[in-house]
Design a protein around this ligand. Structure first.
Ligand code: FES
Length: 68
């Protein structure tokens, strides 16, 4: 799904950027040009960052090794 229409950036691209180290809207601006035109996508882009980080944290807990 497109998040930033002005720059044709979708949620998968944002999630990939987060998995690659992006943590903020500023990071997304630098990497993908998200929210650099009208800015209407800023809240949705932040939401994708948060959801991706939450999902990543949940995945990590699945692989936690209590014996280590
Ligand atoms: S929709 Fe992202 S800058 Fe306009």
């Amino acid at each position: 799904m497109y998040i930033c229409i002005c720059n044709q950036v979708n949620d998968r691209q944002i999630a990939d950027a987060v998995r690659g180290g992006a943590r903020s809207l500023d990071d997304l601006r630098c990497e993908l040009d998200v929210a650099t035109c009208c800015g209407k996508c800023a809240d949705d882009a932040r939401r994708v960052v948060e959801n991706t980080l939450v999902a990543a944290a949940a995945d990590t807990s699945l692989y936690y090794d209590a014996t280590a």
